[in-house]
Design a protein around this ligand. Structure first.
Ligand code: FE2
Length: 332
């Protein structure tokens, strides 16, 4: 399908008669008999607005009037069928809320973030095969929404929490890494974004084997503690391997998120192009979140200070190309 023919999200105020629209929410929640239809008169657009629908998906191939696209066209897959959510790890109405076009982007972002924190907390306390499987299924809806909905994405950027716990950090890195991958590749990429999203969230899974007292220790670690801490990429690799969830994306991200371009990272001391792009993405976001989070031994840095330090003092650690795109995420 050509980019211009791909379905696209359009704000209700930008709709015109002749566009074929699809409502993203459940049809029982709006006043239209059908969830997909051709706009034949202005009154239909007014009715959409009156019913609180903020935006809809327009299918160009079924439309006689074409929607205006932004400079960077993005593929917008039609929303999946609403299913009865039976994943005990996720909130009961998780799927429905994310797909409901009448829920505002900031509420969706808040809901995603709170639900992610809760789920990640449960998962890290009990990383069983069943819980990891359910978590990965739950991430699918989150990733879909982040890819499709730019407004929710930008709201998510603003609400990351900066008190450092492993589960908070995992969620921050998960969300920011998916946003950065979207910035780098757009939505029509060959990357398996569902698997990739889950892997970013799980990057520090190996820390469950490290005592909390060590993770929260004020001040510098001694040599023995430092070596123990440096085992967490291999630990995470082993857990995912044992639970049969070691996809190529998980393997790369868990093992490479502490590698550095100049070879000073761990566990393998890989350099430059030997570090996979997924590992490079995760390493930039991982460091950024560590700098902007409050720890027992340091205050949180501001966004500007963190990015300045990464640019001026740590540039040899990161891919400059990817870092430039990362900075772009905060341009609004
Ligand atoms: Fe880590």
């Amino acid at each position: 399908m050509k980019p211009k023919d791909r379905p696209i999200k359009v704000k209700v105020e930008d709709l015109q008669v002749g566009m074929y629209v699809q409502l993203a929410g459940s049809w029982v929640e709006h006043a239209f008999v059908r969830s997909s239809f051709l706009l034949k008169k202005p009154a239909q657009i007014e009715k959409l607005a009156k019913n609180g629908v903020a935006q809809v998906i327009v299918h160009p191939l079924k439309s006689t009037v074409q929607p205006i696209r932004e400079k960077k066209p993005n593929y917008v897959p039609p929303p999946p069928e609403i299913k009865v959510w039976d994943n005990p790890l996720m909130p009961e109405n998780f799927s429905d809320i994310l797909k409901d076009a009448t829920v505002s982007p900031d509420r969706k972002a808040g809901f995603i973030y709170e639900a992610s924190l809760d789920v990640m907390d449960k998962l890290l306390k009990n990383p069983t095969v069943e819980n990891i499987t359910q978590f990965k299924e739950g991430v699918t809806d989150m990733v879909d929404l982040i890819l499709v909905d730019d407004e929710t994405s930008s709201q998510l950027l603003k609400i990351t929490n900066h008190d450092y716990y492993t589960f908070t950090h995992s969620v921050n890195v998960g969300v920011l890494s998916v946003l950065l991958t979207k910035e780098l590749y757009g939505n029509a990429s060959p990357h398996d974004m569902h698997e990739l999203g889950a892997a970013f969230f799980l990057h520090d899974l190996g820390k469950i084997n490290i005592p909390d007292s060590l993770i929260a220790k004020p001040g510098l670690l001694n040599e023995q503690e430092r070596l123990l801490m440096r085992e967490h990429p291999r630990n995470g690799f082993q857990i995912l391997s044992d639970t049969n969830h070691l996809s190529p994306e998980c393997k790369i991200i868990v093992m490479q998120h502490h590698e550095r371009n100049d070879g000073s990272g761990y566990p393998l001391g890989l350099k430059n192009d030997d570090i996979h792009v997924y590992g490079r993405i995760c390493s930039i976001v991982d460091v950024f979140d560590a700098l902007t989070s409050k720890r027992p031994y340091k205050e949180a840095l501001s966004l500007y200070d963190a990015l300045s330090i990464m640019k001026n003092q740590m540039s040899h650690h990161f891919s400059q190309e990817i870092f430039t795109d990362f900075v772009q995420l905060f341009r609004q």
